[in-house]
Design a protein around this ligand. Structure first.
Ligand code: FCB
Length: 511
């Protein structure tokens, strides 16, 4: 179902008084009781019947986290400053032919030096949460050994400044920038990488865990293993079914090991992962397509979630290729990680259908995974070609709520690429972005009203940045970046988002 502008207008209410931002907050390592944790995060730890802000008839719960999300390689630049080691993204982007227009993240948005401006933007948007990632090779330049103090200092200053601005530091430990040394030793297909990851998590938790309470172990494990090891369009650019299968298993082991390392260092820390999710719909009502859609759901949405929460792999393949994945006895227990929340990154839906018998026989991959997946085609497309389909967010949140016993959920990413630039007056009128977020937020509010325990929404992204293989050609930001001068300018969508946050509701649509 898609809602029209008019329906949205009807269903929204006038902006209420500014929502109080959670105050005095976010300690972790020193906090151990549940009650203390509740106070620390400003969020009730469990409340099936969510409290709505009736005074302003808000669509979102009190103390909702409103944020933006970024990732180190996409914004920081300073790729070899202060002892930082080379990452697989440095290597990949420096390899001719890998990135559109030969762009690199060497400078990106220069947030390594301009983070104060970034925080000022967030303040101007009234945000109370910032999802950012730590660059592993800034902390461990060669992927092991003691922490590089200059790298730690950078994140420490950032965290302090966020807390001072009353913005929750919401930290992703791995957003795709593996130290190149570890890739040289086999990368994610090498199961030793799981132990290296746990060591790294412990170092970061020791350095920041006194001030950071909410963590994501991974960003989009399905995306970086699939697109980095099977499809080859992301770093490290390999294209091997075996590498992909092994990488997924190591990441699942790393999720378990990283979870335990974090909790051992900071028992009160809240740990999740930001999963790339997409509601998977059958192309037709046939039993074959319905089965294909369930397999698509299993590989897209559950491959890293079922191991963590249930200690098993979901039924995606015609059989579990245990030998190819190098699963050892005891591994299923090691993958367990009782996550405190489930992070959902959602942009679009997926349509699944079953391949023909001939297609299955023609390719080993289709035989193991008899599913064809494409993006939906009915809705409008963003500039990167992704379908706008707000119902996908509702469907995904409701399905995860139902199938995982009503977990805490954070929307860790959603957003759209529209390349609108400044007009003659320097104003960036990105009305399609406003419409995107309005519609996705409306769908999210419905899911909350229908019982989903959603704690926050993080727009991708704070500012236009390096969009992986697309380089700088796709602008997702609520703020515009002039990459020649590094000047940041709030877009109209940023101003609109500030109103949403201030009112904790969707402002009425002005005709
Ligand atoms: C997600 C990534 C994020 C960004 C958006 C557009 O898959 O997690 O880094 O590139 O897509």
């Amino acid at each position: 179902m898609r809602l029209t502008r008019r329906e949205f207008a009807k269903s929204t209410v006038a902006a209420g008084i500014a929502a109080a931002l959670p105050a005095g907050l976010f300690s972790a390592c020193s906090v151990s009781s549940n009650a203390a944790r509740t106070a620390a995060s400003g969020v009730p730890s469990s409340s099936p019947a969510r409290q709505f802000d009736t005074s302003s008839e808000a669509l979102f719960p009190k103390n909702f986290f409103w944020g933006t999300a970024t990732a180190a390689y996409q914004i920081e630049g300073a790729w070899k400053a202060d002892g930082k080691g080379e990452s697989i993204w440095d290597r990949f982007a420096h390899t001719p032919g890998k990135i559109k227009n030969a762009d690199t993240g060497d400078v990106a948005c220069d947030s390594y030096h301009r983070w104060r401006e970034d925080i000022a933007l967030m303040r101007a948007m009234n945000l109370n949460s910032y999802r950012f990632s730590i660059s592993w090779p800034r902390i461990q330049p060669a992927g092991s050994g003691p922490a590089n103090s200059k790298g730690v200092d950078y994140y420490s200053r950032l965290v302090d400044a966020l807390l001072e601005a009353r913005i929750r530091p919401f930290v992703t430990l791995y957003h795709w920038d593996l130290p190149q040394t570890l890739e040289d030793a086999g990368g994610w297909p090498n199961r030793d990488t799981a132990s290296r990851f746990a060591d790294y998590v412990e170092l970061v938790a020791r350095a920041l865990g006194d001030r950071v309470s909410d963590w994501m172990l991974f960003n989009e494990p399905a995306a970086f293993t699939y697109r980095g090891y099977l499809q080859g369009e992301l770093a490290p650019g390999r294209a091997s079914l075996f590498d992909f299968l092994r990488a997924t298993h190591t990441v699942n082991l790393a999720q378990g090991a990283g979870f335990r390392a974090l909790k051992a260092t900071c028992p009160a820390a809240r740990a999740g992962t930001a999963f790339s999710m997409s509601s998977c719909e059958p192309a037709t009502n046939s039993e074959e397509d319905k089965l294909a859609a369930e397999r698509a759901h299993a590989i897209t949405n559950l491959w890293f979630l079922d191991p963590a929460l249930n200690g098993r792999y979901p039924e995606a393949f015609t059989f579990l290729p245990e030998t190819a994945m190098k699963i050892k006895s005891g591994d299923l227990d090691k993958m367990r990680a009782p996550l405190d929340f489930i992070g959902i990154n959602l942009y679009y839906r997926t349509i699944a259908s079953a391949p023909t018998a001939m297609e299955r026989l023609s390719h080993v991959q289709q035989w193991l995974f008899p599913v064809k997946m494409v993006g939906g085609q009915q809705g409008p497309k963003t500039d990167i070609g992704w379908e706008v389909w707000p119902q996908a967010l509702y469907d995904m949140v409701m399905r995860i709520s139902r199938d995982f016993n009503h977990p805490q959920i954070e929307i860790t990413e959603s957003g759209c690429a529209y390349n609108d630039g400044p007009d003659a007056n320097g104003v960036i009128r990105d009305t399609r972005r406003i419409e995107y977020h309005r519609q996705y937020l409306r769908a999210l509010a419905r899911a909350i009203a229908d019982g989903a325990d959603v704690r926050g929404y993080h727009a991708w992204t704070l500012l236009d940045n390096f969009e992986w293989a697309e380089g700088f050609s796709q602008r997702f930001g609520l703020a515009y970046v002039d990459f020649k001068t590094q000047q940041r300018t709030m877009k109209e969508s940023g101003r609109w988002y500030a109103k949403v946050v201030a009112g904790n509701t969707l402002p009425p649509v002005v005709a």
